[in-house]
Design a binder for this molecule. Structure first.
Ligand code: SF4
Ligand code: SF4
Length: 381
């Protein structure tokens, strides 16, 4: 068939250039009918094999949706850590044309300062127009467009959807849009890792993961009796406590020493028991001083490069604290031993200086005891 068109002239259509033999058109038509009729008994395993117009028997059959198909927005969270990707930056809320997104930012309960996590997040699905602008503008890959479209309901208020209903794990999105997720995945996790550092406790954890994480945290001490990281953290805390107690013992012994010195200046006629008590107190003070010096010496390299890389120093500090405790104990025992004959012999031979010395020695002993207890606790753990 050829068509010749000339301006200002009649259009001539030649329909008879090739003649079909008698009955051949009829046979061709019957062939087409036969082809489609016989194909209707075959199962369609791929739409690519189907040509022409066909019917999908929804809802039994569903057409595969393109990855970029968008219906309603959803929020993503990482199912490993339970953390939500949303940081509550408000960009989606600002750009949403019908203003159907509402959110509040989470705050640190200790400081009251805002943290990069969302406290509450709601979308009015019934007014959302599926424009996808929220998903496009999100810099943290936290909000994506879902493929689910069967949302019809008579319950109108149920279409205002909160964070728990909006949340989906990343595996869900990777299933419906594998290539699109692969493109942004690395960047999303990188940003999430940075934001997780600024979140404390269960802030930023998806509501559906919170109970699971609480149980994990509750089980953690029994399940892991002595993991390396936890042990190093706890020993550091115990070491600090032991050092602090040793320093306190040193200070108490110092005070005992100075009080003894003042007493020595004031009273020249001291008894042998008093001298023994003071000597013991001085020994306790020296031992405690050494403990404090060793603790300080071990503290210096520990704080500079690494908080947990000085087990030898920790042991030395604990050993010194135990020695200080023992020396102070001996001082207290000697002071108490000297007190018995003295009181029996004469009440008038125990002046205020002697009492102060004994009191100081007892204080040093108590402080050193506490140091030893803290050190022993650290060793046990
Ligand atoms: S898809 Fe569009 S209308 Fe719906 S919440 Fe996102 S920005 Fe708003
Ligand atoms: S979903 Fe994205 S854009 Fe919206 S507040 Fe969260 S991080 Fe910001």
């Amino acid at each position: 068939m050829s068509i010749q068109i000339q301006r200002g002239k009649a259009i001539t259509v030649d329909r008879r250039t090739r003649k079909t033999p008698m009955g051949q058109g009829l046979l061709r038509g019957l062939g087409v009918i036969w082809k489609h009729w016989s194909a209707s008994f075959q199962k369609n395993d791929s739409y690519k094999k189907i040509q022409g117009t066909f019917t999908i028997e929804y809802p039994e059959e569903r057409r595969q949706l393109p990855e970029a198909y968008r219906n309603m927005p959803i929020l993503l969270y990482d199912e490993q850590s339970g953390h939500e990707f949303c940081t509550s930056c408000f960009q989606c809320e600002r750009i949403c044309p019908p203003q159907v997104i509402h959110m509040t930012q989470a705050k640190d309960p200790a400081t009251g300062k805002p943290v990069p996590a969302v406290e509450s997040f709601e979308i009015e699905y019934d007014a959302c127009m599926s424009c996808g602008l929220c998903a496009e503008v999100c810099p943290f890959e936290a909000i994506k467009m879902d493929h689910t479209f069967e949302l019809s309901t008579h319950d109108h208020p149920s279409l205002t959807v909160d964070k728990t209903a909006l949340n989906r794990p990343t595996t869900y999105y990777a299933q419906i849009a594998p290539r699109m997720w692969e493109e942004v995945k690395e960047n999303a996790y990188k940003k999430l890792a940075a934001n997780m550092k600024r979140r404390s406790d269960l802030i930023g954890i998806a509501p559906q993961m919170q109970e699971q994480l609480r149980e994990q945290l509750a089980r953690a001490p029994q399940a892991e009796p002595a993991p390396e990281a936890v042990a190093s953290a706890s020993t550091t805390a115990d070491d600090k406590a032991a050092r602090l107690a040793a320093i306190r013992a040193a200070n108490a012994a110092k005070r005992a020493n100075s009080e003894n010195g003042q007493a020595a200046q004031g009273d020249a006629t001291q008894s042998a028991d008093d001298k023994a008590a003071r000597l013991a107190a001085i020994r306790a003070a020296n031992a405690a001083k050494r403990a404090a010096q060793q603790a300080q010496a071990s503290e210096a390299p520990e704080t500079a490069p690494s908080e947990s890389a000085s087990p030898a120093d920790d042991k030395a500090a604990r050993l010194a604290a135990i020695r200080a405790a023992n020396a102070a104990k001996r001082a207290a025992q000697q002071a108490q031993a000297s007190e018995a004959p003295e009181t029996a012999a004469s009440e008038s031979t125990s002046p205020a200086d002697e009492k102060a010395a004994r009191l100081a020695a007892i204080r040093a002993a108590n402080a050193a005891k506490r140091a030893a207890a803290a050190a022993e606790k650290g060793q046990e753990e």
